[in-house]
Design a protein around this ligand. Structure first.
Ligand code: C5P
Length: 357
């Protein structure tokens, strides 16, 4: 995420405050899917070392930033609730970016507008992706890509990203990746050959806090992984195959193996009564492997296309309607048909659309 079209703010370089017509910067903030998630062990810093194959999805939030009218950064969230604005990672990302660039650029206050499409606290890293998009958009709006050498700017981005959350660095790479360490080691994977797989996402109306899931993993016998060694082997094998050049069809064939390769699954089941039953009901109804993304509670199912995923979404809605599928949570689950983002789709950028700030 280092280059962008002239319309994304870089055309208006120079002291931003002196240019009230500075163009708005628009970014898409895609959701991510953990196809595998192996927890290798606890670290001295209380985080966990991970080995995870992650892919961005077409499903994305939309963020725009433009110079603010007043002296402070502002955020307006439209469509969907995210919690208190002050806690939002978008504002934190802009503030962290400003602190990091110091006086090297004219970091004018920004007005951000966030259109939410990704379910919140769902294992899809929507908040982390918003943070990566805000970081990138703010640096672009301030002309940091001119003020810094590319390598120095890359290091700066990675450092700020990790300070915002373990999942944030993944989104700076802009494609599928093998993610290790705490989340900071992002090893990009090539694009899948063929049509990107469709993905059905079923997210129960229950917010799951990632720290609680890791705490359960460490402290509750019932939340321990079923077979951590096998999860790690599946994750390593998928990463190797992907790097060697994997077709979308081959990924679908292997879905049964890595749908069970998430070491946080038992911990999520422990914290969300009814999640395991939902997963079984989906397997029965759809006849396909059902995986868990991240720390949950989003369940995923892969298809050959978004159209097939949409057909499955209708079947799940029907099952919820007739009571053959029951989801935990107070409200209806969110059911979304999307796809793994195509390689080269540059999911973090959306320069072609209008901005309303
Ligand atoms: O980095 P982030 O703030 O997103 O992490 C949220 C929580 O998830 C951490 O406080 C930690 O409890 C847990 N975590 C972990 N190991 C990781 C990533 C997250 O234990 N690699």
């Amino acid at each position: 995420m280092t280059d962008g079209p002239a319309s994304d703010g870089r055309a208006a370089h120079g002291p931003a405050a002196s240019n009230p017509r500075l163009a708005p910067v628009i970014r898409l903030a895609p959701a991510k899917l953990n196809l595998t998630l192996a927890v290798l062990g606890r670290r001295p810093d209380a985080y966990h070392d991970l080995h995870s194959v992650m892919a961005p999805l077409d499903l994305a939030d939309r963020l725009s930033v433009a110079p603010a009218a007043g002296p402070e950064d502002t955020l307006r969230v439209v469509r969907g609730a995210t919690g208190p604005i002050a806690d939002n990672l978008v504002l934190r990302a802009i503030a962290a970016a400003r602190a990091a660039v110091g006086r090297n650029v004219d970091a004018v206050p920004l007005a951000a507008r966030l259109e939410k499409h990704v379910p919140v606290a769902a294992g899809l890293a929507g908040g982390s992706s918003d943070a990566a998009a805000a970081l990138d958009a703010a640096l672009s709006a301030w002309g940091a890509d001119v003020a810094y050498e590319a390598a120095a700017l890359g290091e700066l981005r990675t450092r700020i990203a990790l300070s915002l959350g373990s999942d944030v660095p993944f989104f700076l790479a802009g494609g599928a990746a093998l993610v290790t360490g705490r989340g900071e080691m992002v090893d990009p994977l090539p694009g899948l050959r063929g049509t990107p797989p469709g993905v059905l996402l079923v997210t129960p109306d229950v917010r799951v806090a990632t720290p609680a899931v890791f705490a359960a993993l460490d402290g509750e016998a019932a939340a321990a992984p079923t077979d951590a060694r096998s999860t790690r082997a599946s994750s390593e094998h998928l990463a190797l195959e992907w790097r060697a050049g994997l077709g979308a069809d081959a990924l679908l064939v292997r879905a049964g193996i890595f749908a069970s390769a998430n070491d946080l699954a038992n911990a999520a089941d422990f914290l969300v009564p009814g999640l395991r039953a939902l997963r079984r009901a989906l397997v029965r109804r759809l006849g396909r492997p059902v995986g868990l993304s991240g720390s949950g509670p989003t369940l995923w199912v892969l298809y050959a296309s978004t159209t097939e995923a949409a057909v499955a979404a209708a079947a799940v809605r029907a099952g919820l309607g007739d009571g053959t599928i029951v989801a935990p949570g107070t409200g209806e689950p969110s059911i979304i048909a999307t796809a793994i983002a195509a390689a080269g789709a540059r999911p973090a950028r959306d320069p072609g659309q209008e901005v309303l700030t």
